[in-house]
Design a protein around this ligand. Structure first.
Ligand code: SF4
Length: 402
């Protein structure tokens, strides 16, 4: 047993985790109330190791926002614009194809595409987007649209959600994104995202997608005006849907960014709060395989530390991030593959390049002995094992220099 757990008041919860007994909401609230971050982290690290072993993953992906026009004005959002705003934009499908071609040259395997709730783009725009991007390269995985966008597109097109999802799937949609979850509790949701569809509607889109055979991720926006009980309630609802469908491939806690918005919170969550939230997510979401430390909100340094607090994934290269950046994130818009691999290896884990569904594409070799403890020699950053057919063809030779 870890030194930190042995001396902790949380030993009984550790025993439950070791025995595989599901934590209750009260247990999760107790974990949040504890100041013993190391003990919570050690428990989450145990749970992470038992579920996924020593691997930690990343993806070569590129973000594309097709438009920032949105009919809503969520109080926490710094990204959305109205048609009257000078800095509003919308991309043509041709412009997106150019970005996709550029991304493919960098070895990217996933396009992550979201936008605002556009007031007037026709249904055919979304279908063409998917079809034409998939036609650029059938190996490219298209992770697109939040559940809220799907509801909006279906409403505009006067089609049932299931029909929209089925048609998008046939056109090339690989996965829904997890965005739009924010915080489920209605009292808080209405104060940070007034007018946005409810938790039940968000979850029902994912349920429908999962029943069609699709997979998706889910999120929680934390560190604003929500309480610990609100977080636990949010996690409970995600866990319940995962029990029902098993369709979530990963959970991504999103750290709130405070700038350029109307939520009366001036600071992002602290490192302590971010680490315990990730750790408790790992412990409470016992039916989730993967927990992502999203470096865009955390910064790569804290995301790296989170690999020892229950996370097993660093998300991706991203290339061009707008949503968190406009909300005040000071970090870079991209990470190189080299940096992600180094961060994972310094944390003592085996780096794995993954695809959209968290399946391995490449596994990197063990870290070599280094004169500086914890540092990794750059010349050792070469992959050894090709796992999937998709990586056996065109080599992503320039991805490390993104
Ligand atoms: S969070 Fe999404 S739905 Fe809300 S205003 Fe921003 S773009 Fe629109």
């Amino acid at each position: 047993m870890s030194f930190f757990i042995e001396r902790s008041e949380l030993r009984d919860l550790h025993e439950k985790v070791v025995a595989g007994v599901r934590l209750t909401e009260d247990d999760a609230v107790r974990l949040f109330a504890s100041r013993d971050l190391h003990a919570v982290g050690a428990m989450a690290d145990f749970a992470r190791q038992r579920r996924v072993g020593n691997h930690a993953s990343y993806i070569l992906n590129r973000y594309i926002n097709y438009s920032n026009y949105c009919i809503l004005s969520c109080q926490f959002c710094a990204f959305a614009r109205k048609k009257r705003d000078k800095d509003g934009f919308e991309l043509t499908v041709e412009q997106m194809i150019d970005k996709a071609r550029e991304a493919l040259r960098l070895g990217i395997t996933e396009l992550h595409i979201v936008g605002g709730l556009h007031p007037s783009l026709p249904y055919s725009y979304y279908l063409n987007m998917l079809r034409e991007l998939q036609a650029v390269d059938a190996r490219l995985q298209l992770k697109c649209f939040t559940a809220i966008e799907i509801l909006h597109i279906a409403w505009l097109a006067k089609k049932p959600v299931a029909e929209v999802l089925a048609e998008f799937r046939a056109a090339g949609l690989a996965s829904l994104t997890g965005g739009g979850a924010e915080i489920f509790r209605p009292e808080i949701r209405s104060r940070i995202a007034k007018g946005k569809e409810s938790a039940a509607e968000y979850l029902d889109v994912h349920r429908t997608w999962h029943r069609l055979g699709g997979r998706s991720t889910c999120t929680m926006l934390f560190g604003h005006i929500e309480s610990v009980a609100d977080r636990v309630d949010h996690l409970r609802q995600l866990r319940a849907l995962q029990d029902e469908t098993g369709g979530f491939v990963g959970f991504i806690p999103l750290a709130y960014q405070p700038e350029n918005n109307d939520v009366p919170v001036q600071t992002p969550p602290t490192g302590f709060d971010a680490l315990r939230t990730i750790a408790i997510s790992r412990l409470f979401l016992d039916n989730f395989e993967h927990i992502t430390a999203y470096w865009v909100g955390l910064g790569i340094k804290l995301a790296q530390v989170a690999l020892s607090y229950g996370a097993d994934d660093l998300h991706g290269t991203i290339v061009e991030e707008h949503i968190f950046r406009m909300a005040g994130s000071q970090g870079p818009q991209l990470q190189t593959e080299t940096d992600l691999v180094r961060a994972i290896r310094e944390a003592g884990r085996v780096p794995v390049q993954r695809n959209t569904f968290y399946q391995p594409i490449r596994i990197w070799p063990d870290a070599p002995a280094s004169p500086l403890p914890g540092r990794i020699a750059t010349d050792a950053l070469q992959p050894t094992e090709v796992i999937s057919e998709e990586s056996a063809g065109e080599k992503p030779v320039t991805a490390s220099t993104l």
